[in-house]
Design a binder for this molecule. Structure first.
Ligand code: S3P
Length: 440
């Protein structure tokens, strides 16, 4: 356990490089492992979640080599070419790693056992196992729908048409990755759009994939058992990680920050829209396409924030940003309401409960009401002065460290180790901007 304290700091300034996008990094390693030509990756996130996926792909027979900072080469085994691993696949803290890999393995004729840490072992896996069973996979040992599980992939996989019962990019991606080695066409229908990195990367690597908009619903159709040739993948900065220094700069008076090369996928930018609507000065420039993904530069200045009400429709575009948005709302003037947050209860921790409890302990008026979070903003003067138990949740840890920077009294988090899963070097980066975060 590494306890940290975050104290009131002066203005933040700089133009740091935020780490690579976690979602795209997992997909680059997994898809690379089933190409025939292999992929050269730059900007890969070297956080623990992604390193667990890299180790898993190696154990499944792909050649995965690190050539330098964020530069990796994966030599794939072709569609359906992965082999049984010699030991248990430990996916650490990563729901994305676990769920996507179950999808990939579901249509490989092999048996593999997957485990995770305490947080991951409490997260629901039935949501991916249900469609993957329809495709012919068998699962043993997860009767409660939780890891560890042993998966035996289908020898004769079936393509399916699957309508997502829950808006989840992980479930969508698991079915599509399974569909890569099913004959014919596998379809996923999503009632509301979720991040589409899998679709974009499949297209980029030469897969036969079609996406059509059916009046708000999206139908994704993938042709299986066709080889993917491979290529180069440039991983942009992770907008979900960028959100922490970004909000820190917004709420710390006098700050100015530039974040360049941040992924700006239209299905991920809800946090920027929301903060802009709250009055944050965020300028977006230099939008351009890089290997099928949109990338942009952000310039941020400290701003007085006002409260906001956010409807459930926006949830998917900023599903991982609610912890830090709740912190922004704590510094705003007025009462903010965020709706449609049921899925936050099954993230790395129950984030709805964690934010409500932590903000209350920091002297902020807050209420959990069903699937909504209501935050009575302090108008720039958050008391702070509390200890937070982060329950292996990297985003809860970073959100409260940011709160401490602009609060009146220091905030202590009990364990910073989970931060490495998505944002290695977070503390050094923040302190380089002028923050005061140190061992408690
Ligand atoms: C992710 C999808 C989201 C998100 C997670 C990453 C992905 O999860 O919260 O951090 O890479 O597909 P759900 O699919 O469970 O909403």
């Amino acid at each position: 356990m590494l306890a940290l304290v975050s104290r009131h700091a002066g203005p933040l300034a700089g133009d740091p490089q935020v780490p690579g996008d976690k979602s795209i990094s997992h997909r680059a390693l997994m898809l690379g492992a089933v190409t025939v030509g292999g992929v050269s990756i730059s900007g890969l996130l070297e956080g623990e979640d992604v390193l667990a996926t890299a180790a898993a792909m190696r154990a499944l027979g792909a050649s995965v080599e690190r050539h330098g900072d964020g530069r990796w080469q994966v030599f794939g085994r072709g569609i359906g070419g992965l082999v049984a691993p010699p030991s248990v696949l430990d996916m650490g803290n990563s729901g994305t790693g676990a769920r996507l890999l179950l999808g990939l393995l579901a249509t490989h004729p092999l048996t593999a056992t997957m485990s995770g840490d305490k947080s991951l072992s409490e997260r629901p896996m039935e949501r991916v196992m249900a469609p993957l069973r329809e495709m012919g996979a068998r699962f043993v040992g997860a009767d409660d729908g939780r890891l560890p599980v042993t998966v035996t992939g289908a020898v004769d996989p079936l393509p399916i048409e699957y309508e997502l019962p829950v808006a989840s990019a992980q479930v969508k991606s698991a079915v599509l990755l399974a569909g890569l080695n099913a004959p014919g066409r596998t379809s996923v229908i999503e009632p509301e759009p979720t991040r589409d990195h899998t679709e974009r990367m499949l297209r980029h690597l030469g897969a036969d994939i079609e996406v059509t908009d059916e009046g708000g619903r999206r139908r994704i159709v993938l042709a299986g058992q066709l080889e993917m040739s491979g290529g180069d993948i440039i991983v942009p900065g992770d907008i979900s990680s960028a959100a922490f220094p970004l909000v820190a700069a917004v709420v710390t008076p006098g700050s100015r920050l530039a974040l360049r090369g941040v992924g700006f996928n239209p299905l991920r930018v809800g946090v920027i829209e929301t903060l802009n609507e709250m009055g944050a000065a965020i300028e977006v420039t230099g939008r351009h396409d890089e290997g099928g993904e949109l990338v942009a530069d952000l310039e941020i200045s400290a701003s007085a924030l006002r409260s906001i009400e956010v409807a459930a429709e926006r949830t998917q575009s900023m599903i991982d940003e609610y912890p830090i948005l709740a912190v922004a709302a704590a510094f705003a003037e007025g009462t903010s309401r965020f709706h449609g947050l049921g899925e936050l209860r099954v993230k790395e921790s129950d984030r709805l409960a964690a934010m409500a409890k932590g903000l209350a302990a920091a002297g902020v008026g807050v209420k959990e009401s069903g699937d909504s979070l209501i935050v009575h903003g302090c108008g720039g003067l958050v008391p702070g002065g509390t200890d937070i138990a982060v329950e292996l949740d990297h985003r809860i840890a970073m959100a409260f460290l940011v709160l401490g920077l602009a609060a009146e009294a220091p905030v202590v988090i009990d364990d910073a180790s989970a931060i490495d899963s998505s944002f290695p070097g977070f503390v050094a980066l923040m302190n380089g901007l002028g923050a005061a975060i140190e061992k408690a």
